[in-house]
Design a protein around this ligand. Structure first.
Ligand code: BTN
Length: 264
């Protein structure tokens, strides 16, 4: 376990949040690296991946000064949220890496429903929403060597005891939903267990079909915005490659592989 926190600074945090220290996980200690502050857990994870860290190494930070979101956005990362990146070393070709993100959003929606009884749903591709408000977002980066994945770094930000709604009216935290401070360590531990179980259980095609049971995008009118483009129509399905199939107003169907999804 890698700690960048002194006992005195920890006691300050204890007063404000959920007494997370130490971030110990029986049976997992060697794979968990906790930092009080980093630029982004993605940066730390990338360095660790390059230095050969093992599969399922987890980098957690209390605070990120330059947290990153999808499509070049900033992910504001104030104390109280849960910010982590998992370094995965799947033996697969790069084109199949999307399965990891779908496995993660499926696992997180399941855990949130089970632990807190909230109506957590996935918005394509991998946002977690409760009552149409964003609770969590995911970002992944990969390294490729000789046509195979050398790593996939999956970064997850979850609004737990922070207050994102002050800045972002369409966001919500678990603390707000539950009316009480939530134990981030327990949430992370349950998520890691579920995620490992989903990744190792059953054929990969099952991940997408299970994911569909937790999504609220299929059947909705959607607008997908990418950096250079936008598409609009009825979300019909998600295919085996994770692409969203949209029926446009003129009846034509398109497959969208990435973008920001807005529900109509
Ligand atoms: C999004 O919804 O745009 C994705 C947000 C991903 C945020 C997480 S927080 C942990 C990891 N570190 C980062 O800088 N970003 C991801």
């Amino acid at each position: 376990m890698n700690e960048k926190m002194s006992p005195s600074s920890e006691s300050d945090i204890r007063i404000k949040t959920d007494i997370p220290f130490p971030w110990e996980f029986p049976g997992r200690e060697s794979g968990i690296h906790y930092f009080r502050e980093v630029s982004s857990t993605m940066d730390v994870a990338r360095d660790m991946a390059a230095s050969g860290c093992p599969d399922f190494t987890v980098v957690i930070a209390e605070f990120q000064s330059m947290g990153r979101g999808r499509l070049q956005r900033i992910w504001h990362s104030e104390t109280g949220g849960l910010y982590f990146t998992i370094v995965l070393r799947p033996d697969m070709e790069p084109a199949l890496a999307f399965r990891i993100n779908f496995a993660a959003s499926l696992s997180l929606a399941k855990v949130l429903q089970k632990m807190f009884g909230v109506d957590a749903k996935v918005k394509w591709p991998n946002d977690i929403l409760v009552n149409d408000r964003k609770l969590s977002g995911m970002l992944s980066e990969m390294g490729v060597e000789s046509g195979r994945l050398s790593y996939v770094n999956l970064g997850i930000g979850i609004n737990v005891n922070n207050a994102p709604e002050n800045r972002e009216p369409n966001a919500v935290s678990l603390k707000k939903l539950m009316g009480t401070v939530v134990d981030r360590r327990r949430l992370l531990s349950s998520f890691l267990d579920e995620f490992q179980a989903v990744l190792s259980g059953g054929p990969p095609a099952d991940i997408i079909s299970q994911w569909k049971q937790y999504t609220m995008t299929i059947g909705r009118h959607v607008k997908i915005i990418t950096i250079n483009d936008s598409h609009e129509g009825l979300a019909l399905d998600v295919n085996d490659t994770g692409a969203l199939i949209i029926e446009q107003e003129d009846g034509t169907r398109i497959e969208v592989i990435y973008g920001d999804c807005f529900h109509g």
